[in-house]
Design a protein around this ligand. Structure first.
Ligand code: BES
Ligand code: MN
Ligand code: ZN
Length: 501
């Protein structure tokens, strides 16, 4: 798929050569000087005339008239160098890769040096190329009898550099590609409808990952879940004909099983709301209520590929939330694995219930740090909109590590408070230790507070992706539908993780 080469004269034949242009002067300078030479300075003339635009994300296709080996050059504007960033580079690359795909090219070359700047070095640029390529060309084919898969897609990308060590660039391309592919796997899991992705299917998927990457794996079935007393998880599954699965994957990258990171993902394969039933508009799209689980599985795929020196346990409680004569009801009182009793006030607040037992179980497997990811509340959309993932924590230092990873991954998160008064609201029940729905004011916060009750002192970050896990609009780095959000953040967080003393 990706190939790296040193080439000074651009003589190799390609269907298209991708070149970045910074908005700095009217003259081609730096890495582009050499390319301009092949055209006897004509490219500079085109820039002057405005036929090649350096405006951010502008794309100009120029025929090479046999001056170089590539048939055409696709110039992509990168804007002002001062305002440049990895994130901006990724989007610009995504846009041009989509255009190339639309033009049915099967083979392209990228002139890496033209995308580097003081802000983004060659290794980051290489990562951006392979990651953005995977993300932007991702497509979910769906189930139409007539496939809408294009007959032609780009199969080969050659990355040219005049100035850098090719082995290093190759390594970065591999990493970026793993990040892109892991995110795409998460997207696919979310895009598959609930009838075709049950808890059992999710467990089978985890088994495949485990086999491929030699993870230790444990899939708890209903009987084992009962034996362990996971009453909160079981309550949510009670109305379903599909048995629940508690999915556990372990990756050990250190000699000893210590400093263990627990990644916990909400895996509701479909959320009807239960007896606190959703509206007919609100229920559509609820196949995506396992976006947290998908992000965790996508991150595990990246971890399996890159094998960092870290220890990770992934825990995914998976079930649908259905209605029947057996279903749990408002007013029911249930007992979680930790022993805490919960008064159910709303069966649609099911995510925090399954996560309560998953967090307890992650600790049981030795997790000393916890990050949970969940499509948890409509409230987070009201608070933060559709671009920003909501975060809560009981440990600022751990939060900083997650925040840094998210910024680097280009997946913005924003912290919401967790004050004593918020915690009091979930502890307010006449009949039980906790209630699962203290009212709609600030309900992203109380949902987080509820999960926090089960961390019992373990450093923890909660990520609410209800607004960010899917999008109704096509974007430069992917189509409408699942975004795979937090896959890259989790993987980067794990890779960079430093145990907290
Ligand atoms: N899965 C939903 C949250 C959700 C809403 C995800 C919209 C994606 C888009 C969650 O289980 C839920 O139903 N939350 C309720 C909580 C309420 C009953 C306290 C909500 O947000 O309305
Ligand atoms: Mn719900
Ligand atoms: Zn839900």
């Amino acid at each position: 798929m990706f190939d790296v080469k040193k080439e000074m004269d651009f003589s190799s034949a390609h269907e298209g050569l991708i070149v970045g242009v910074f908005d700095k002067s009217e003259k081609f300078s730096g890495p582009l000087e050499n390319l301009d030479k092949q055209f006897e300075g004509q490219l500079t003339e085109l820039v002057k005339a405005g036929d090649i635009s350096a405006k951010y994300k502008n794309i100009n296709k120029v025929h090479s008239f046999g001056k170089i080996g590539s048939k055409r050059i696709w110039f992509v504007g990168l804007g002002k160098e001062k305002e440049f960033s990895f994130e901006k580079l990724s989007e610009a690359l995504g846009k041009v890769f989509k255009a190339v795909k639309g033009s049915k090219l099967q083979e392209i070359a990228v002139f890496l040096d033209s995308f580097t700047s003081e802000k983004v070095d060659e290794l980051e640029a290489a990562h951006a190329v392979s990651e953005a390529f995977a993300l932007s060309t991702y497509q979910f084919n769906g189930y139409k009898q007539k496939s809408n898969e294009p007959e032609k897609k780009v199969e080969q990308v050659t990355v040219y550099s005049e100035n850098y060590d090719l082995e290093d660039i190759k390594a970065s391309l591999t990493v970026g590609h793993a990040f892109g592919k892991g995110t795409n796997s998460a997207r696919t899991l979310v895009n598959i409808p609930g009838n075709l992705l049950t808890a059992k299917d999710m467990a089978n998927y985890a088994l495949e990952l485990a086999a491929k990457y030699s993870f230790e794996v444990e899939i708890l079935d209903k009987e084992e879940i009962e034996k362990l007393g996971m009453g909160a998880f079981l309550a949510v599954n009670q109305g379903s004909t599909e048995p629940p699965k508690m999915i556990v994957l372990k990756y050990q990258g250190k000699e000893q099983w210590q400093d263990v990171i627990g990644l916990v993902g909400k895996g509701i394969t479909f959320d009807t709301g239960g007896y606190s039933i959703k509206t007919k508009a609100g229920i559509v799209g609820m196949k995506s209520d396992m976006g947290g689980a998908a992000a965790v599985l996508g991150a595990m795929e990246i971890i399996g590929e890159l094998r960092p020196e870290q220890n990770v346990v992934a825990v995914i409680p998976s079930t649908d939330n259905m209605i029947s004569g057996n279903a749990f009801k408002p007013d029911d009182v249930i007992t979680a694995m930790s022993g805490k009793t919960i008064e159910v006030l709303n069966t649609d607040a099911e995510g925090r219930l399954v996560l309560a037992d998953a967090v307890t179980y992650a600790k049981h497997h030795g997790a000393e740090y916890l990050v949970d990811v969940a499509t948890l509340t409509g409230g987070v959309i009201t608070a933060l909109g559709l671009h920003t993932t909501g975060a809560m924590t009981n440990h600022e230092t751990l939060y900083e590590q997650v925040l840094e990873a998210s910024m680097e991954a280009g997946e913005p998160i924003w912290q919401l408070p967790l004050f004593e008064k918020d915690k009091e609201r979930v502890r307010n029940s006449k009949v039980a230790d906790l209630n699962n729905s203290p009212g709609s004011e600030g309900h992203a916060i109380v949902a987080g507070a509820f999960i926090g009750e089960f961390t019992e002192g373990t450093p923890w970050v909660h990520l609410d992706i209800a607004g960010t896990s899917t999008t109704s609009r096509e974007h430069d780095l992917g189509p409408a539908g699942a975004t795979g959000v937090m896959t890259r953040t989790l993987a980067l967080f794990v890779e960079r993780f430093e145990p907290i003393k």
